[in-house]
Design a protein around this ligand. Structure first.
Ligand SMILES: [Zn+2]
Length: 364
């Protein structure tokens, strides 16, 4: 054992790098904060830039990002360049203009967009209020809304809705069952964001695998539903409303446990999921995710949920289409290294287009 120690010390001295106490104190790496970590790839490996998707795309998850007609026109140009035929813009989850104004703003570009609306929870506790909410839904449907969403429950109820938010109204709340049934009648799928990535619920300490990504993203569940309780509410709603089609946004926030999501998909044919805003959460486990996407190729939907700039699309295409390894999402708080899924063409076609097309045509 002693020989070994001497040998190592000799090598270090020959290399001129024997650690001294003063050097260790001055080591700049010791003072770098996790939030400042910005690694650059040094590997000489393939770097593929995918400017245009291999097949036409229907984007099933975006929001009202454009603030002027010029910006909408520019977004359409980007969509044309990258290969997106049309984009679902979700009226919920956006503190902005009323649905009527939102539809009017995008009307000149309606070939490029599909509108999704909110539930109106105003006076939801009274029979008159729920009847009015159903009428509002019908009116939005007549105005062109093809679905409802993005509903969002991160523990406190559906807080994404406008004009009245649905605090304490979870998706299995009996008060909103008439609305969910109305969706089945109108053949409007419900797109819903449940919970958050699992690591955000775990202690933000040195054991947290997501800590490096965003130290401030801890979810405090002291006064609201936690991850598993939210998943119960969601499963209740999917099970109890078999004629309503549900789209679980962001892999249902189950990228860490895809077999659990798979079990739900196996059980409920009225359940789909979108891949939006979970590139980093899925592409650091490329083999497991690839296998999952191949297995559930008829239930997956493409979505972005991340603005309207071309590089955002390019990164998603690179993850889905290439076999590239160990790259980072540009300008992201996420620092897990990503690798591509290299999905087969038939899976890409369904994910990019065919599954969404089926929902938006046959389901209707
Ligand atoms: Zn969204």
């Amino acid at each position: 054992m002693k020989k070994h120690i001497i040998l190592f010390a000799t090598i270090a001295l020959l290399a001129g790098c024997a650690p001294k106490e003063s050097d260790q104190q001055a080591n700049p790496a010791a003072g770098i904060l996790l939030k400042d970590f910005a690694p650059q790839v040094i590997n000489n490996i393939p770097q593929t830039h995918v400017e245009r998707a291999k097949f036409d795309i229907i984007d099933m998850h975006a929001h009202d990002y454009a603030s002027s007609e010029e910006e909408i026109a520019r977004w359409c140009k980007v969509m044309d360049e990258v290969g997106v035929l049309n984009t679902a813009i979700m009226h919920c989850s956006w503190i902005g203009r009323p649905f009527e104004e939102f539809v009017a703003a995008y009307a000149p570009f309606k070939d490029h967009f599909r509108f999704w609306c909110c539930f109106d929870y105003t006076d939801i506790d009274t029979p008159e209020g729920i009847a009015k909410a159903c009428e509002t839904l019908e009116r939005y449907h007549e105005m062109g809304a093809v679905g409802v969403g993005e509903l969002g429950d991160k523990g406190e109820g559906d807080t994404y809705a406008r004009p009245a938010d649905g605090k304490d109204i979870h998706i299995d709340d009996p008060r909103i069952k008439p609305l969910i049934e109305k969706c089945a009648e109108l053949k409007m799928p419900i797109s819903i964001h449940i919970a958050e990535p699992y690591w955000m619920y775990l202690p933000m300490d040195e054991t947290n695998d997501g800590l490096i990504n965003a130290v401030t993203w801890h979810v405090d569940t002291t006064n609201c539903y936690g991850y598993d309780k939210l998943m119960v509410t969601f499963e209740n709603a999917v099970r109890e409303n078999p004629n309503t089609l549900f789209i679980a946004c962001h892999y249902l926030n189950m990228t860490h446990d895809l077999p659990r999501l798979g079990a739900l998909l196996d059980k409920y044919p009225n359940l789909y999921f979108d891949i939006s805003a979970r590139v980093a959460e899925s592409a650091h486990t490329p083999r497991a995710t690839r296998e999952f996407l191949i297995k559930y190729q008829d239930r997956v939907l493409f979505g972005t949920d991340n603005g309207m700039e071309a590089p955002m699309y390019h990164t998603i295409f690179r993850v889905l289409e290439t076999n590239d390894e160990h790259f980072y999402m540009p300008e992201s708080e996420y620092h897990w290294a990503l690798s591509g899924f290299n999905l087969p063409d038939e899976v890409l076609k369904k994910l990019y287009h065919d599954n969404a097309y089926r929902i938006l045509t046959e389901y209707r």
